[in-house]
Every structure is written in structure tokens, then in C-alpha cells.
Write a protein that binds this ligand. Structure first.
Ligand code: FEO
Length: 394
């Protein structure tokens, strides 16, 4: 077996995107990979493809091992374009291949690339015999698209769950025992927080369903990043914890500032919370970003969000943050809003309305200061930090 092989006859043929730094507004500071896998048995199978600009590299990787016309099946676990946009080119060259997808995957393939494909649909529990090996399919709707599904190689106990259990981590190595485990878990955490956080209840149910089907993977081979082979239960446990909303006595303060007033407020709130012995993380947007904010929020119990008022409304970076975070719906957090204003307020009211609409639990009253906070104002901020910390500890 070579270094890109998961087992005899099962190979990684994906590509590494070393320089990607923005994945639809998710900051990917360590790049990513698009993982595709080739299974050689009596039948030859390609599982997933890669982003279209890497089509040629994917085709070369496959051709080093087999003639493209030998491919019998192309499994499309998920139609988002980072995994499927090479499909038209691959299908054109792999003339004898039948595409396998979920029912919704078939619809999505046609809606993306037209109807000129031979597609066979599968549902949960369906199997495909390849010779010595059997593929079993598990639909995974909303993990994270309606079309998503997992492919399991029964005899080798290899689960290919596409986006689930992935990380945006470019590396020359393929396996978890070959990379720094802290970097790996950090990227897995960032990925969960920014892609899957809203789907926690579905994730827990899907893991239970997979276990009940008798699927007990020895290897988890996701569509991004590193393959889990030394201890796949580690990432499964992390997903179960995150989906259950496991948290610690931690407060995150996400804010931005125009002339320094909201910054002063944030710093005093932080001091108040720290004086109560809770962990505090400050995330100043424009110095940092939404990706980092959501990662810090994942295991926090409370989030304070501070925005100055501009044009009677929310400061742009906080407007972006509120749109992002209300979509990802962090579980079981306490929220509180603060900020400075000049001639008229609006930011705190606007953020509070967005949070209420998303069903967030809100600490009130919020705290607004006119123009520049003085010593008395900063004492109020310090007290707010203490109050939130007391609720976190309770
Ligand atoms: Fe949902 Fe990696 O695409």
C-alpha cells in the first residue's frame, strides 16, 4: 500500500488546495483539501470529485491507477460544487460510469449540470456489490444539504461521510496519526462551529441511526482534510458533545468600535467577568472575524455583543456577525447586547430584535452609553460583566 491508500485497493485521489483562505466567507487559514476516493474491485468506483479548477489533477490521480473508461460507478455523496464541479468533465471521460446519488442528489445534479448523465438513485440501507466489497448507503439529509448521503465500505469498515467530520486543513499527509493532533482538533472544531453548529440535533440522531445499522467505522474518510484512522471514536465523541451543547464557564465578547467607546465598554465588561473567575475571550471584529467568533462561542455559556450605532443602526461588522450567528443558532447560550451611541441609538435595539427573532435567550436590560463612557459608566460595564459571569457560574 502506498501513502495515499486507506486499505488494499482503496486510494485517496483528491487534491490539496493549499492557498484557499476564504471558503464562502469561512476563513480557511490553513487551506483545505477536496477528497475523492478510488475503489478497485471487480467493479471500479470513484467516490466524489473535486472543485472544478482541479479537474485535471483529479483525472491524473485516477489515471495513475486505472484507465478512466474502467470506472463503473461515480458516487456523488453531495452536490455542493466543491465536490461535484468536476463531475461533468470526469463523467465525459469515464464513459462507462453510472452515477450513484440520493434522489435529491439526482435532482441537484440535473439542476447544476443538466440531464445528460446516467444516474441511479439509492436510499438508506441500499447496497451495491463490487466483487469482494459491498457499498452501503445512508441518506443524511441536511447534513448538511438535503441531498447529502454517506457511503460505507462494509468489509473494510470505511465510512465516507462527505462533509461530516471534515476539517479545512491542507496537508501533504492524509491520516490523523501523521499530523499534529492539536492542529487537527482545532480545525475540526472551527469546521463544526462554522458549518454544522445549527444541525446539532440532526447529527446526534444520525450517529445513533448509523450505529443501529451496525455501522462501526474503523476509518472515517471525510471529503475535506485529514482521514481519521487511528482513533475515529475521538471525532465521533467530539460531535456528540458539540451537538449536545457541552459548554464551560466561558464568556465571549464580540464587538467592534468607531471611536473607542464600545471598546472601553467591552474591556470593562471583560474585567468584571474575569473578576468572577470565568474564562473570557474578546473578539474584536475587523481585528478578527466571524469564523473565529463562532469557534469561540461553540463551548461558551454566554455571549456579549457590542456595537456602536451608525446611521441609526448596527455597525456593519456586527450586522454581518448577527446574520451569521442567528443562522448558525448556537445552542443554550445567554446573550446580552451593549454599545455606545451619539445623537441617536439603534444598534443595540437592532441586534436585540434579531436575537429575539432567532429565539435566543437574552439578558436584559442591555447597556447603552451616550458618546464616551466615564468612570461611572465603566463601573456599570464592570457590574454587567460580573452579573453575566454569576449567571454563567450558576
Ligand atoms: Fe457542502 Fe464541502 O461542501
Amino acid at each position: 500500500m502506498d501513502k495515499n491508500s486507506l486499505a488494499e485497493g482503496i486510494h485517496w485521489v483528491g487534491v490539496v488546495d493549499w492557498n484557499l483562505r476564504d471558503f464562502h466567507d469561512f476563513t480557511t487559514r490553513r487551506g483545505t483539501t477536496y477528497n475523492a476516493y478510488l475503489i478497485e474491485d471487480e467493479k471500479t468506483v470513484l467516490v466524489d470529485t473535486v472543485k472544478h479548477m482541479f479537474s485535471d489533477e483529479l483525472l491524473c490521480n485516477i489515471q495513475k491507477r486505472v484507465d478512466l473508461e474502467k470506472i463503473d460507478y461515480i458516487i456523488v455523496n453531495h452536490v455542493e460544487m466543491d465536490h461535484s464541479s468536476s463531475l461533468p468533465m470526469v463523467a465525459k471521460k469515464a464513459k462507462n460510469a453510472t452515477i450513484i446519488a440520493s434522489e435529491r442528489g439526482k435532482d441537484a445534479i440535473i439542476e447544476h449540470y443538466g440531464a445528460d448523465f446516467k444516474i441511479q438513485t439509492v436510499k438508506t440501507g441500499d447496497e451495491l456489490k463490487l466483487g469482494k466489497r459491498t457499498l452501503k448507503f445512508v441518506e443524511a439529509p441536511m447534513l448538511h444539504w438535503p441531498d447529502s448521503m454517506f457511503t460505507y465500505i462494509v468489509e473494510d469498515k470505511i465510512l465516507m461521510p462527505n462533509d461530516a467530520f471534515g476539517q479545512h486543513l491542507a496537508s501533504g499527509q492524509r491520516f490523523d496519526d501523521e499530523v499534529d493532533e492539536h492542529v487537527l482538533m482545532e480545525e475540526a472544531t472551527i469546521y463544526y462551529a462554522n458549518i454544522l453548529m445549527a444541525l446539532g440535533p440532526l447529527i446526534a440522531r444520525k450517529i445513533q441511526e448509523v450505529v443501529q445499522m451496525g455501522i462501526s467505522p474503523a476509518i472515517i474518510a471525510p471529503s475535506h482534510g485529514i482521514i481519521w484512522r487511528s482513533n475515529p471514536s475521538k471525532i465521533i465523541k467530539a460531535y456528540l458533545d458539540w451537538s449536545a451543547g457541552v459548554s464551560k464557564n466561558k464568556i465571549v465578547i464580540v464587538y467592534d468600535t468607531m471611536w473607542g467607546s464600545t471598546d472601553k465598554m467591552a474591556r470593562s465588561i471583560a474585567k468584571g467577568a474575569i473578576s468572577e473567575g470565568v474564562e473570557v475571550k474578546m473578539v474584536k471584529l475587523r481585528a478578527s472575524d466571524n469564523t473565529e467568533a463562532l469557534t469561540e462561542i461553540l463551548e461558551a455559556k454566554a455571549v456579549l455583543v457590542g456595537s456602536p450605532t451608525i446611521n441609526n443602526g448596527i455597525f456593519p461588522t456586527l450586522g454581518s456577525f448577527m446574520t451569521y450567528v442567528t443562522g448558525l443558532k448556537p445552542k443554550d447560550k445567554l446573550w446580552c447586547f451593549f454599545g455606545s451611541f451619539g445623537w441617536g441609538g439603534g444598534a443595540v435595539r437592532g441586534m436585540t430584535e434579531m436575537a429575539k427573532k432567532a429565539g435566543f435567550k437574552i439578558h436584559e436590560p442591555s447597556l447603552e452609553i451616550k458618546f464616551v463612557p466615564d468612570h461611572e459608566d465603566l463601573k456599570k460595564c464592570f457590574e454587567l460583566g460580573k452579573q453575566i459571569a454569576a449567571q454563567v457560574k450558576a
